[in-house]
Design a protein around this ligand. Structure first.
Ligand SMILES: *Cc1c(COP(=O)(O)O)cnc(C)c1O
Length: 289
């Protein structure tokens, strides 16, 4: 069993850039749910792990890059439920703290070329034919069951007009979009990938609803950083005591600040931003700040 910290009520964020037209910004700290299985990665795994167990699968197999938050969350969560785990890692063999942590939790790692990685299903089929009771989990943990878990991010939250999250695969936004409709809120995603305009279709495939996605805040593309982004992270940490990661949550909060500044939100909006975690994967880069 994975033991999680109790979900805390959202905290108000007092940050100068957000103070406009009576708008209030709050943050739900899903990054505090668990030190390793942080934020939305647990939400995405919850029903997937349950499904694997129901189907008597004992070996979870997934995919990702060498800094995948998803793979580390999977390794740690699976260990607490007694599953074996195997991951296919895209690219040349490398070593870093994330992969070291994955191994520490018992995950077997296989590095595969970028071209082989393109055909994940073939890799999985070959592996499954030689191993017992395997269960496929897509890259980034994306999928319908994952979106269902993300709906629960909004459990027990009322009184907000908008909920905002960062968008990678779109699974978290899909869950939020579905749940927000029930809570009479509007869900919005800040996309951290460049050229991902078809993301809206991904979300629709998952939950059958049209999402609202902002595509102008990726700052050059996935994991791309610049001095202005680092400056925002430092200022935000100093004014609020909350650390953002440079790949997802900092781009979300910076995008949110810009939208507020541009007068996008109606006066007196109460905006709930989701801290989806992701701090472990990126800590090494703070060495340069
Ligand atoms: C994976 C991740 C996301 C993206 O979630 P998707 O469901 O793939 O869109 C957002 N924030 C953090 C911190 C993440 O690790």
């Amino acid at each position: 069993m994975l033991v999680l910290a109790p979900s805390l009520p959202p905290q108000q964020i007092l940050y100068p850039d957000f103070e406009k037209n009576g708008i209030q910004v709050f943050m739900k700290r899903d990054d505090l749910l668990h030190p390793i299985v942080s934020g939305n990665k647990w939400r995405k795994l919850k029903y997937v792990i349950e499904d694997a167990a129901l189907n008597n699968k004992t070996h979870l197999v997934s995919f990702g890059g060498a800094y995948s938050n998803h793979l580390l969350a999977l390794a740690a969560a699976s260990a607490s439920y007694g599953f074996k785990t195997t991951a296919f890692i895209r690219g040349e063999p490398v070593q870093n703290h994330m992969l070291g942590l994955c191994r520490t939790f018992g995950m077997q790692l296989h590095f595969v070329s970028r071209s082989a990685y393109l055909n994940k299903y073939q890799l999985y089929e070959d592996f499954a034919s030689k191993n017992e009771s395997t269960y496929f989990i897509d890259e980034g943990g994306r999928g319908v069951l994952a979106a269902k878990g993300c709906e629960e991010i909004l459990h027990g939250t009322t009184g907000y007009t908008h909920v905002v999250c960062a968008v990678g695969t779109g699974t978290t936004l899909a869950g939020l979009t579905k749940a927000a409709a029930e809570f009479n809120m509007k869900a919005e995603g800040i996309c951290v990938l460049k050229g991902a305009e078809d993301m809206i279709h991904e979300v629709e495939l998952l939950v059958g609803e049209k999402a609202t996605i902002h595509h102008q805040f990726h700052r050059g593309g996935y994991a791309k950083t610049d001095e202005e982004l680092w400056r925002f992270i430092r200022l935000f940490a100093q004014k609020t005591g909350i650390l953002l990661d440079q790949v997802y949550t900092a781009k979300m909060m910076m995008g949110l600040a810009m939208l507020i500044e541009q007068g996008y939100y109606p006066p007196n909006s109460r905006i709930l931003a989701i801290h989806t975690g992701g701090l472990l994967g990126v800590l090494s880069e703070f060495g340069n700040t």
